[in-house]
Write a protein that binds this ligand. Structure first.
Ligand SMILES: [Zn+2]
Length: 301
């Protein structure tokens, strides 16, 4: 048997995106073979038959590796920044869920408290509820029968929720949560789709911590005192604000989970829609990360 007759042996396969230099076909998954004549590692393009060598010239000097380290460090910092940004936005939004949802209750409390205060000191009709002392505020609150009495006079706790404002805030929280989740799903290409859900608690870590902080605040463990009319905000926060904040956290989690699960599909769809094929080929990893075949040139099919 002569040298040339020897069969090519497959030694490996292309693991990443590598496009044919002639026709641009993405060679990911194609076998790497040792051709018998020169014993060189090659890959054959299945579309046009072009042979590409697997050996490349060694890069000169240490700078290629240094730049790679700089880029990897930059990527790491960018990921931390995205984590912080997502946290700030989601913390803000669950706060809005709480403040929007309690706006009716706060208006009712301030209106009723103002009436009571002006009736007590008719000589100073300009005295507003915000000028009340803690003692006055609490004295009025006692006349209302506390939260139970006040809520009962307003169709119960449910009747004191600003549902319209809360719905808008909750919808925004879900939408933004899904965008944050989608960004995470595209950043964590090493994880398969189902595993991505494991990122949800990490993604929401500081948002959950913020919600728990408001519970700690109410329990008095943080030692934050409420003075003047702020004393009246405490029961509203306790009975309404905090539950609504946790509801907002739930909406953030639902949105985040949706974003993590469908984010990559949506990004792939957008790439298909907005980018012509050769430019799309470099994002092949978005396909192969989910076990899909990478984008191919449609003309050749
Ligand atoms: Zn080719």
């Amino acid at each position: 048997m002569s040298e040339a007759q020897r069969v090519e042996e497959q030694v490996s396969q292309i693991g990443g995106d590598r496009c044919c230099v002639v026709c641009g076909y993405n060679l990911v998954g194609r076998p790497v073979v040792r051709e018998p004549l020169y014993r060189l590692l090659i890959v054959r393009c299945p579309e046009c038959g072009t042979v590409s060598p697997m050996q490349e010239y060694p890069s000169l000097g240490p700078w290629a590796r240094r730049w790679a380290a700089v880029l990897a460090g930059g990527w790491f910092v960018a990921m931390l920044g995205l984590w912080a940004l997502g946290t700030v936005v989601l913390v803000g939004l669950i706060g809005v869920c709480s403040t929007e949802g309690t706006s009716v209750a706060r208006n009712e409390v301030s209106d009723a408290a103002t009436k009571w205060l002006t009736s007590r000191s008719p000589d100073n009709t300009k005295q507003g509820w915000w000028q009340a002392s803690s003692e006055d505020a609490i004295a009025w609150w006692v006349t209302q029968g506390g939260w139970e009495g006040f809520a009962a006079a307003h169709n119960g706790t449910i009747g004191l929720v600003n549902w319209g404002g809360f719905a808008v805030a909750a919808l925004s929280t879900t939408l933004v949560g899904s965008v944050v989740g989608a960004v995470w799903s595209v950043s964590a290409l090493n994880l398969r789709r189902r595993r991505l859900l494991l990122l949800l608690p990490v993604m929401l870590l500081w948002t959950i911590a913020f919600a728990l902080l408001s519970v700690l605040d109410q329990s008095g463990l943080l030692g934050i005192q409420a003075y003047g009319y702020w004393a009246l905000w405490k029961p509203i926060e306790e009975h309404l604000g905090t539950p609504l904040m946790f509801a907002g956290l739930g909406f953030a989690a639902v949105g985040g989970a949706i974003g993590l699960l469908v984010g990559r599909s949506v990004v792939r769809g957008l790439l298909r829609l907005l980018l012509p094929w050769p430019a799309r080929a470099v994002f092949g990893v978005l396909w192969t990360a989910d076990g899909l075949s990478p984008p191919r040139p449609t003309i050749l099919r």
